[in-house]
Design a protein around this ligand. Structure first.
Ligand code: FE2
Length: 253
């Protein structure tokens, strides 16, 4: 089976459409959360994400935008995030708010014990796995062989075995067009892998990021695809969301 792995769409409809158009054939979608927040098309993106079916794990913005927050947690978000959360709450249609509020908390396991899908980390849905120490903890906290996580908006991962922990990053041969990077998954290794962000990449590459997990071939492929970033930016400005949410899309920051 082959899964399209997407995360952190953040209401960016042109980016999601480009990803779906560029994705190779797949049997299921595994969505690691943060469907809304920041971008200007929350309803359209929720409806498209719903229509894809498959697995959807909730992200912190999905919780915040559907009013599903712990006391005081709203103030943990940055000022721009808070503004966009308030804007999104008003913009969302009721049925879409309801759908977001009922999303599953990770880990969700689409292939039994083999794969765990989380937004942040297996131990904490809001944790950012940015360094080796937290990656080590994530491997300890889960018994899944492959952990798929989002939340940091970067394309990278780690492999782990009894002797070592290795940082993994795609090495694309172009900075402009559609590109892919294949990572063969070795027997005996465990993996923690982030597909990157569809709608708000922060790894200095503006192209929409996604990945494909192929269970039969034991292969994880990172992809990058150009999208209509000017359209996404124009919509953010027209919606009177903070300007920085538009400008950062062009820089991938
Ligand atoms: Fe996010």
């Amino acid at each position: 089976m082959r899964a399209l792995v997407i995360s952190d769409i953040h209401a960016n409809l042109p980016a999601l459409e480009a990803v779906l158009a560029a994705a190779p054939q797949y049997d299921a979608v595994w969505n690691l959360g943060d469907i809304v927040g920041y971008g200007a098309n929350p309803n359209e993106v929720v409806e498209l994400a719903r229509s894809l079916g498959g697995i959807v794990v909730r992200g912190n913005h999905d919780r915040a935008c559907s009013g599903n927050l712990r006391y005081g947690e709203f103030f943990d978000f940055s000022q721009h995030a808070r503004y966009s959360i308030s804007w999104t709450r008003k913009a969302l249609r009721e049925e879409n708010t309801k759908w977001l509020s009922r999303l599953a908390r990770g880990p969700v396991r689409p292939l039994g014990r083999k794969v765990a899908c989380v937004h942040g980390s297996p131990q904490d849905e809001d944790e950012y796995i940015l360094g080796g120490e937290v990656a080590r903890e994530a491997f300890r906290a889960s018994c899944a062989r492959i952990i798929l996580c989002g939340h940091t908006h970067g394309q990278y991962g780690w492999s782990s075995n009894r002797r070592r922990l290795d940082l993994l990053k795609p090495d694309f041969d172009s900075r402009t067009g559609a590109v892919r990077f294949e990572l063969p998954l070795r027997t005996g290794n465990r993996y923690l892998l982030n597909p990157g962000s569809v709608g708000q990449p922060r790894d200095h590459d503006w192209r929409a990021a996604f990945a494909v997990y192929d269970d039969n071939e034991a292969m994880f492929t990172w992809h990058r695809v150009p999208y209509k970033v000017l359209t996404a930016q124009r919509r953010i400005l027209r919606a009177e969301l903070p300007e920085i949410l538009a400008t950062r899309l062009r820089d991938g920051t």
